[in-house]
Design a protein around this ligand. Structure first.
Ligand SMILES: C[S@@+](CC[C@H](N)C(=O)[O-])C[C@H]1O[C@@H](n2cnc3c(N)ncnc32)[C@H](O)[C@@H]1O
Length: 486
C-alpha cells in the first residue's frame, strides 16, 4: 500500500511537471487538485486516530457538518475537503499537538485553488502558466512538509507527539564542528535536554478571588488534614517541643489552624514566596509567638542559607514536621525542593504533603462534557501548575529519600450538600481556572487561540456553575495526602 501510494505520487508529480512544460496548464491544475484531495483525506484519517479526544470530536463534528450528515470525508469534493480543513482548524490542531512547525502549509490559501479548479472544470475557463505553477508549488510544499518519501508513513510520523531526540542521532563529533568543518549548534552536538521540571506555574495567591477560594478549600479539607496530623503526633509520642514548617503557607490560616491545635509544637515557621500573603500572616498573628512567617522561595539559590540563618537563631534546630498543602505542584522542580526539605528534617521527622489531581474529577450528568473539557483545556494552558500532582506524590517522596510513605485519600462530592456548599465546591475546583486563561490572553491579547480559549472557558464555567446548583447533578473529586518519614 505504501509503495503503491508513493508510486502514484511520484507518477503524478512527474506527469504534472510534464504537462506544465507542454503548456497543458488546466490539466496540471486538475491533476494537482486530485493529489491534494488524496493527501487531505489521508491527513484527515491520521488526525482522527492520533489527535487528542476533544480535537478528534471537533474534526468529526465538522465532517458531519460539511457533509450535511449524508456523506463522509471519502466522498468529499475538493472544495468540501478544504472547507473541512479550514473549519475544523485541523492544521492548527496538528501543529499544536506535535509542536511541529508546519511552515507555509498552514497559511496557504487553498480556497483560491478550489476556485481556480472550479473555473476550469465547470466554467470552461483556462488558467495561465503562472497559476498552474503556483498550484504545483503549493502541492510540493505540502508534500515536502509531510516528508513525502513514503506518504503514508510520513503522514503517520507527522502526527507523532514531540519526543526526545534518539540517542543514535547525536553526532559523534562534539568538538563544535562537523565533518565539513561547519560550526554545529549546541543542539546538533549534545542531546536535547527534555526538561521534566516544566510546571513552574504563574499561580499567585493574591490574584483575583484566590484568597477566598483558598479559605473555602481550607475548610473543606480540615478534617482530612487533622487525620494526618493526629497520626504523626501519635507517633511522636513523648515529644513536647516539636518544631514545624509550613511550606506555601499563604496568609498562615491553615498554619495556625492545623499546627495550632497541638500543644506539642513549640514553634512553627510558615514560609511563602508571596510577600503580600506573608505580610498578612505577620499582621494577623503578631500576638501569637509560637508562629513566625517569612517570605521565601524554596526554589531560590539563597533558600538554604536564609533558612539556616533562621534555624541558627532558634538554637540550630531541625524540623520535626514539615507540612505543605497544594504547593509543590507549582514548583518547576518538585524533587529538588523535596530534597531540600528532607535535609531540613531531623532523622525520623515527618513530611506531610497534600495535593490534588485533575484525573479524579468527574460528574454526571454532564451532557456537554464540561468537566472533562475544562480539565483537558486547563492541562495545557500557559503557566499552569501540574494538574496531575496527586498521582505523583508517592514517587516524588520516594525519589527524594522519604520512606514509610503512607497515602490517604478523601473524596468530596456534591451529594447531600447545601446549595452554598455545592457552589463553594464549584468555586474551589473550577472557577479559578479562568485566571490562567486570562493571564495567557494578557500575555498576547491579539492571539486568536488565546481569545477563543478564554471565551470558551468563560462560557463553560457559566454553564458548569448552573450545573453545580442543580441538586441532582453529581460531582466528585479526591484529595491526596502523603506522609513520609526521613
Ligand atoms: C495553592 S496555594 C496553597 C496555600 C495554602 N497552603 C493552602 O493550602 O491554602 C500555594 C501557595 O504556594 C506558594 N508558593 C508557590 N511557589 C512557591 C515557592 N517557590 N516557594 C514558596 N512558596 C511558594 C504560593 O505563593 C501560594 O501561597
Amino acid at each position: 500500500m505504501h509503495e503503491e501510494t508513493e508510486a502514484v505520487v511520484d507518477d503524478k508529480l512527474g506527469f504534472i511537471q510534464k504537462v506544465i512544460n507542454t503548456g497543458d496548464y488546466d490539466v496540471a491544475v486538475k491533476e494537482s487538485c486530485t493529489l491534494f484531495e488524496m493527501v487531505f483525506k489521508k491527513i484527515f484519517q491520521q488526525a482522527i486516530v492520533s489527535l487528542p479526544y476533544k480535537d478528534r470530536e471537533e474534526i468529526l463534528q465538522t465532517e458531519r457538518k460539511v457533509g450535511k450528515g449524508k456523506k463522509g470525508v471519502q466522498d468529499f469534493t475538493f472544495g468540501e475537503l478544504v472547507g473541512l480543513l479550514r473549519e475544523s482548524n485541523l492544521l492548527d490542531k496538528w501543529s499544536k499537538y506535535t509542536a511541529k512547525d508546519l511552515g507555509l502549509i498552514k497559511t496557504l490559501d487553498y480556497s483560491s485553488i478550489v476556485n481556480l479548479r472550479n473555473r476550469i472544470t465547470h466554467d470552461g475557463m483556462s488558467c495561465s502558466r503562472g497559476e498552474a505553477n503556483i498550484v504545483y508549488e503549493y502541492l510540493r510544499n505540502l508534500l515536502a512538509v509531510l516528508g513525502f518519501a513514503d506518504l503514508d508513513e510520513s503522514i503517520n510520523l507527522s502526527f507523532k507527539k514531540r519526543e526526545a531526540v534518539p540517542i543514535d542521532s547525536i553526532p559523534s563529533t562534539i568538538d563544535g564542528e562537523n565533518k565539513d568543518g561547519k560550526d554545529l549548534s549546541i543542539n546538533d552536538r549534545l542531546p536535547k535536554i527534555i526538561k521534566k521540571s516544566k510546571y513552574k506555574s504563574v499561580y499567585s495567591s493574591t490574584y483575583g478571588n484566590e484568597g477566598s477560594r483558598l479559605q473555602i478549600q481550607a475548610d473543606n479539607v480540615r478534617e482530612f488534614d487533622l487525620k494526618a496530623f493526629d497520626k504523626i503526633i501519635e507517633q511522636s509520642k513523648d515529644k513536647t517541643n516539636l518544631l514545624g514548617l509550613d511550606l506555601g503557607c499563604a496568609s498562615g490560616d491553615i498554619t495556625i489552624d492545623r499546627f495550632g491545635k497541638y500543644d506539642q509544637f513549640e514553634h512553627v515557621i510558615g514560609i511563602d514566596i508571596n510577600p503580600t500573603k506573608i505580610n498578612e500572616a505577620k499582621e494577623k498573628n503578631s500576638n501569637k509567638n509560637r508562629f513566625s512567617f517569612y517570605e521565601m522561595d524554596i526554589e531560590s539559590e539563597q533558600f538554604e542559607g536564609n533558612m539556616q540563618d533562621i534555624l541558627s537563631s532558634i538554637g540550630n534546630r531541625k524540623f520535626d514536621v514539615i507540612f505543605s498543602a497544594l504547593t509543590i505542584h507549582h514548583l518547576s522542580n518538585p524533587l529538588k525542593a523535596l530534597f531540600k526539605l528532607r535535609k531540613l528534617l531531623n532523622k525520623g521527622g515527618f513530611l506531610i504533603l497534600r495535593g490534588s489531581d485533575d484525573g479524579t474529577k468527574f460528574a454526571f450528568p454532564d451532557e456537554q462534557n464540561l468537566v472533562q473539557s475544562l480539565v483537558y483545556l486547563t492541562s495545557d494552558v500557559q503557566g499552569v501548575s501540574d494538574r496531575q500532582n496527586g498521582r505523583k506524590m508517592y514517587y516524588q517522596m520516594w525519589r527524594s529519600g522519604f520512606r514509610n510513605i503512607e497515602l490517604k485519600y478523601s473524596i468530596k462530592d456534591t451529594s447531600g450538600l447545601t446549595m452554598e456548599d455545592r457552589h463553594a465546591l464549584f468555586q474551589e475546583s473550577f472557577a479559578y481556572r479562568i485566571n490562567y486563561f486570562e493571564k495567557q490572553l494578557n500575555s498576547d491579547p491579539q492571539n486568536k487561540r488565546y481569545q477563543e480559549e478564554y471565551q470558551w472557558v468563560l462560557d463553560a464555567l457559566e454553564e458548569l456553575e448552573l450545573e453545580f446548583l442543580n441538586e441532582s447533578f453529581f460531582y466528585a473529586e479526591t484529595d491526596f495526602i502523603a506522609i513520609g518519614r526521613k
